[in-house]
Design a protein around this ligand. Sequence first.
Ligand code: XMP
Length: 513
Amino acid sequence: MNDERILVLDFGSQYAQLIARRVREHNVYCEIVRADISIEAIRRRNPKGIIFSGSPSSVYETGSPRCHRELLDLDIPILGICYGMQLTCHLLGGQVQNSAHREFGRASCEVFGKNGLTDGLPDEMEVWMSHGDKVVELPPGFQAIAKTSTCPYAAMKHESKPVYGLQFHPEVTHTPLGSALLHNFLYKICHCEGTWHIGDFAAHAIDSMRERIGTDRVICGLSGGVDSAVTAALLYRAIGSQLSCILVDNGLLRKDEQRAVIGEFTNHFKADLHVVQGESRFLTSLAGITDPQEKRRRIGHDFIECFKDEARKIKDAKYLAQGTLYPDVIESGAAPDGPAATIKLHHNVGGLPKELGFELVEPLRDLFKDEVRKLGIELGLPEHLVWRHPFPGPGLAVRCLGEVTRPRLDILRDADEILLEEIRNAGLYRQTSQVFAVLLPVQSVGVMGDARTYDSAVVIRSVNTDDFMTADWSRLPYDLLGRISTRIINEVRGVNRVCYDISSKPPATIEWE
Ligand code: XMP
């Protein structure tokens, strides 16, 4: 489909995915591959350019990640970022200084010797540094094109070959002109044309699914989240009434969520919808359980059983659709020539076992979350669904600390509803990444009217994050926090105290369990 692509060689950087997303934001398809990918595999992909990512390693360390040296002679444009630049220098005969001290943070960078990469940039710009080692002598044929007060070779280029290096990180927002630099690399040096558009992706995905599925039936699990909704929408466009969707209501959803998901679904598709009323089954197996891992295990097990029972009722289904995204594919080590698996921070309860016997359809496996959202809009899904905050598979069970019972879930649902209503009314839903209430297994003394109360405490959690791997607590206005607290205490029977969670991740996590 994509005649032009950029490869990111992943040397173990936490930013490799971010680099790929930034490239795609410039309408150029980008894939992440392992650093030691063979020259043959590179040639097969026929990339317009290659970006070397950073790395926590040092080029002098034994076992530090390497690429094939011949890559630098292929005449494919190369941009080395941080470790990527140091490795380029090291492989081509320059000197890298090993340093125990990290230079970390903003730096002012002087840009000189204007050329394709720095076209249109001012003489002085702010950049983000995050490195220990640095280049102290360029390899033959290279020249400096930028410097900072501590780094004489903040950027470099070869005199005649399309090989460039940056000591700083153009992919992070703390380098405000980083996007312009990447744009120059893609369009002026790699001569990309910008052929990656989400609308074209949709048309292509729909055609190829139609061809693959033929007249067979596909089952798709719906969770109410954006990934499963976009997967279903794409499939519905491709195969219409051959799609059957299953929604398992585990009794751990937010207030009125089942009704909302069914409403949205029936508004947008005329496909076959199966709703499994699983509340009593899930709550029975959660009775008396307070351990977070055990809650997750039981919910996962019940989910699979419910899904299996319902799927069996759907005759002739051959495929199972899943909303797997590109970061999942990369992090699980499943991408062809992709980097090795990294440990995933949480397991997804929606993961279904192979024994179900279906072939998998994963139409979103090349996409990042922001692209899935764009695709959702392209497919006509409503904005509020496309921008919905993530909700964990085990649902309110991991926000109802202690035992999960129907009365406790009802308290949590009411508090959560008020919180979200106030966040929306304040126009802050899109500016926050995830907002929810947590019910503590703690009671405290209060006074209401003339009477003493001994009721539950609710915690409000609101975080801002790009990738959910790290997160900061949202600086919500005091007045808003006050309103939320007053409303929850006045309107939710059984709650007499509201606290605001001001922990960031790490060291805390976003969820409490
Ligand atoms: P933590 O709590 O690990 O959460 O900081 C990071 C993100 O993952 C979501 N999360 C889950 N999602 N199944 C899911 O589908 C789970 O078991 C699960 N646990 C956490 C969490 O809501 C946040 O967005």
